[in-house]
Ligand binder design. Structure first.
Ligand SMILES: Nc1nc2c(ncn2[C@@H]2O[C@H](COP(=O)(O)OP(=O)(O)OP(=O)(O)O)[C@@H](O)[C@H]2O)c(=O)[nH]1
Ligand SMILES: [Mg+2]
Length: 295
């Protein structure tokens, strides 16, 4: 990972990485070391169930005599963590439907993703599907104006489905490469609002049957284990293809990524780590695990 990203994520790496590294420098591994590791994983929001899965596997290796010194533990943990991560399939042309609870970072991510795609030389169309909040469209309009992307917007209170319909029409007509649809935040417990998302997806499928839809769920990394419940329910009502973990700059708890993968089985696609337009990174499992375990 580039150093400027590592700096932005210093909270994340300093808390877990420093402590776990001290285990790796131990000359011998014993039950006490495994207990310490268990505590660190729980502290990092890895979640009880996922932590137990990791520990059971390490215990087995310990019993078999393959975990002798700190460096053996590092290697074994690295393997376990990597095995847990699903990889997200990045495609070039598609529609991104952004969903998530209020304030989770959808609109910020919409702008960051658009910027990233523009930098890659793609033609980008954004749709302000959040017609609920007055400021929502303005927020996106400000970003898009600055970076020179096109935006389809509706009026406040307009049926979000009709904005999405317009956006699909504009996408067809404008020959853009990517369409990014921002939606209003919603609590996963509001059944009618969850059904609305499924309806938005049906509209897109009907308008653009040949284009792949990628539904990305934005989760606030600082919410820890609460994110799991959100992910489960969003995934039930509108199949989620990938997770965007936002506000990774504000957390020291990078273990949540493993819990999401292990328990919900959805890959992490992007990590968002600040309020600046370029503070976004495609998630790379190998790199993430390596950085997390190396001081
Ligand atoms: N530090 C930090 N702040 C972020 C990040 N992403 C978003 N924010 C901030 O979090 C707040 C909410 O972000 P939005 O992008 O508006 O969230 P949203 O999901 O669109 O919110 P609603 O539309 O109200 O549901 C804003 O103040 C953002 O500046 C991030 O990665 N790091
Ligand atoms: Mg928003």
């Amino acid at each position: 990972m580039f150093s400027f990203i590592k700096n932005s994520l210093s909270n994340l790496y300093s808390s877990f990485t420093t402590k776990v590294s001290s285990l790796f420098s131990r000359a011998t591994i014993d039950q006490e070391t495994l207990k310490d590791l268990e505590r660190l994983l729980i502290e990092a929001d890895t979640g009880y169930q996922t932590t137990q899965t990791i520990l059971q596997s390490l215990q087995k290796k310990f019993q078999q005599g393959t975990l002798k010194e700190g460096q053996d533990l590092k290697k074994a943990l690295q393997e376990e963590l990597l095995q847990m991560l699903y990889s997200f399939e990045y495609k070039t042309t598609q529609i991104y439907l952004l969903v998530g609870i209020n304030g989770s970072g959808k609109t910020t991510f919409a702008a960051k993703l658009a910027y990233k795609m523009l930098q890659e030389g793609k033609k980008v169309l954004l749709a302000a599907g959040d017609t609920f909040r007055a400021a929502a469209t303005e927020q996106l309009a400000l970003w898009t104006e600055k970076m020179g992307a096109e935006l389809v917007k509706g009026k406040q209170g307009q049926e979000p489905g009709s904005v999405v319909f317009q956006a699909c029409e504009a996408y067809k007509a404008g020959k853009q490469d990517v369409l990014i649809i921002d939606t209003a935040g919603r609590l996963q417990t509001k059944i009618n609002l969850m059904q609305e998302l499924a309806k938005l997806k049906r509209i897109i499928q009907k308008q653009l049957p040949d284009v792949q839809i990628c539904t990305l769920l934005t989760l606030d990394a600082m919410l820890g284990q609460n994110s799991l419940e959100q992910a489960k329910i969003f995934n039930e009502s509108t199949k989620v293809d990938g997770i965007v973990l936002s506000k990774m700059d504000g957390t020291g708890k990078g273990g949540i990524i493993f819990a999401i993968n292990h328990e919900i089985k959805i890959p992490v696609a992007f990590i968002s780590f600040g309020e600046k337009i370029d503070q976004l990174k495609q998630f790379n499992a190998q790199e993430y695990v390596e950085q997390l375990l190396t001081e």
